[in-house]
Design a protein around this ligand. Structure first.
Ligand SMILES: *[C@@H]1O[C@H](CO)[C@@H](O)[C@H](O)[C@H]1NC(C)=O
Ligand SMILES: *[C@@H]1O[C@H](CO)[C@@H](O)[C@H](O)[C@H]1NC(C)=O
Ligand SMILES: *[C@@H]1O[C@H](CO)[C@@H](O)[C@H](O)[C@H]1NC(C)=O
Length: 501
């Protein structure tokens, strides 16, 4: 909810304009677009997500600004989740970072408030933890995440400076994490220290060892280190999507299995919130609207790109890295525009197939499909209204918005032939019959062609109709401020025989 300051502050950073706020003036906060540095003799002190103030004292040499404040403290799902992971994928391990990366980085206590109570690991320093054991378990968790994303997946190290293009010479700075008593409205915050170009984190004590918070914030700092999505308003909301993708991948993915075990960490429950992803699948694919948007929950799309069950070119293990690296610098394009270059399949086909697979959450994620099976009775599938004569139309409030979808489970009895026919569509779409064998769990997908499809569905199979709003080329949109173009929902009529919604 606080990402508007990300956009504003990053834009200031990009422009290199450092007009200063007076002593006691505001220097940060949600929607703050004024100066983010303070007059000499004062320091910008984070107060809450809505307000940072220039306080007398300190030094402005390590001027910092709240860059991203994240991780809601409320929990959204109480359902039991599966925590075991069967590792069936092969993990490729590549050496991380540059060849000159030292085994141990250097701490810089002037990044963030510093302090005398801290614990170190090779790449991190934790200040102010309530116990040595809490600090050490956070350090092991963070090293596990570092080893996965920087080591296995080859992301740019946050030990390198944002301000520096010559990576081989370091500076190889540890990431400082401050364990604190409270952060109004947030469990964790990532800050950027503009002088050094290094990130630092604050996490509330009780969340320090919780990967959904601390690895999420570390995800922001790795994303910051990638540089190319920074300073771009249209990538702003995607920061939360990426950070939750990082936390979930760290927790669940076979890609991180070696890294986790190196630091004594186990796979844990997925962060997936299918009540939101499926229940509100009609929303714009990444919607940064405060309170009602999906930008924290939309990360399964990024997991789909990573697991790449459809074998699209350019995607797979390196999908996110490819998206970061091939982002057209300073273009302010959206990540879907980059995706259209990263994979020759094109964003529309990829998004259409993603939603077809989200019918049964068969996206290659190790445990999300099990969460789906245990929770599916709770999801809001009330997408269509009957028009009579087997014709249905989407409810006006649930018409698929830009790159969103309707997922419609169909009821049937025994073995049937299901025929669907779409007409009167107001926008380009991709529609699919998603079919699942209830005995084996295997899925198959029958794409509508020329607006219709017909499929024999056996008695031990189930079927859903999925339709996604997929324009032929990506739309430039800011997820924090949705335009009428992307909010314009796909209207259509669908005639369904052999089964009913
Ligand atoms: C930030 O700006 C948006 C758009 O003007 C507004 O809806 C929102 O309430 C503002 N937030 C705060 C905390 O002022
Ligand atoms: C620190 O203060 C000095 C004196 O006002 C100013 O020249 C300098 O730009 C400030 N540095 C930052 C990073 O704000
Ligand atoms: C579904 O899976 C079961 C168990 O693997 C298999 O025996 C059956 O033939 C499958 N049904 C269809 C329609 O493929």
């Amino acid at each position: 909810m606080h990402s508007t300051d990300l956009v504003a502050l990053l834009l200031l950073h990009a422009a290199g304009t450092y007009a200063q706020s007076p002593v006691y003036g505001q220097c940060g906060g949600v929607n703050w677009t004024g100066p983010t540095t303070c007059a000499a003799g004062s320091t910008c002190v984070y107060s809450n997500p809505y307000y940072s103030q220039c306080i007398p004292g300190g030094s402005n040499t390590s001027q910092t600004t709240t860059l991203v404040t994240t991780t809601r403290t409320s929990t959204t799902s109480t359902t039991t989740r599966t925590t075991s992971v069967t590792i069936t994928r092969t993990t490729t391990t590549t050496p991380g970072g540059s060849g000159s990366e030292p085994a141990t980085f250097t701490a810089n206590p002037s990044i963030g408030p510093g302090g005398s109570s801290y614990r170190d690991s090779a790449h991190f320093r934790v200040y102010g933890a309530t116990s040595t054991s809490a600090a050490d378990s956070a350090l092991n968790m963070l090293e596990g995440a570092y080893s996965c994303f920087i080591g296995t997946l080859g992301w740019r190290s946050p030990g390198l400076s944002y301000n520096d293009n010559t990576d081989s010479d370091g500076p190889w700075t540890k990431v400082n994490i401050y364990s604190v008593g409270t952060l109004p409205g947030a469990a964790g915050v990532m800050h950027a220290d503009y002088a050094t170009g290094e990130p630092w984190l604050e996490v509330v004590h009780q969340y320090l060892t919780i990967p959904g918070v601390t690895v999420h914030e570390f995800g922001h700092s790795m994303h910051y280190a990638q540089k190319t999505w920074v300073d771009q308003a249209r990538t702003g909301a995607w920061w939360e999507t990426v950070a939750n993708y990082v936390a979930d991948t760290y927790k669940t993915s076979p890609l991180c299995a070696n890294a986790r075990s190196k630091y004594g960490q186990s796979a844990t429950a997925t962060e997936i919130n299918l009540n939101k992803v499926i229940g509100d699948s009609f929303q714009v694919i990444v919607d940064g609207t405060v309170d009602t948007g999906n930008y924290y929950e939309a990360w399964p799309f990024l997991a789909y790109l990573t697991y790449n069950p459809d074998g699209y070119s350019g995607l797979g293990t390196n999908a996110l890295l490819n998206l970061f690296q091939q982002y057209s610098k300073n273009s302010n394009e959206t990540p879907l525009h980059t995706l259209a270059r990263v994979s020759s399949a094109g964003a529309s086909a990829i998004v259409g197939k993603y939603w077809a697979r989200m019918a049964y959450v068969d996206i290659g994620h190790p445990t999300a499909g099990q969460v789906f099976l245990s929770q599916r009775s709770q999801y809001n599938y009330a997408n269509l209204d009957s028009q009579g004569n087997n014709v249905y139309k989407p409810k006006s409030a649930r018409r698929p918005q830009y790159m969103g979808a309707n997922i419609v489970p169909l009821k049937k009895s025994g073995a049937v032939t299901v025929t669907v026919s779409v007409s009167g569509a107001t926008l380009s779409y991709t529609a699919t019959l998603s079919i699942r064998n209830t005995s084996s769990g295997a899925t198959r997908y029958v794409a509508l062609s020329g607006g219709s499809a017909s499929a024999s569905v056996a008695s031990n199979e189930e079927v859903m109709f999925v339709i996604a709003n997929t324009p032929s080329s990506p739309i430039l949109y800011d997820a924090f401020s949705l335009s009428s173009e992307v909010k314009n929902g796909l209207d259509y009529s669908v005639t369904i025989s052999g089964a009913t919604p």
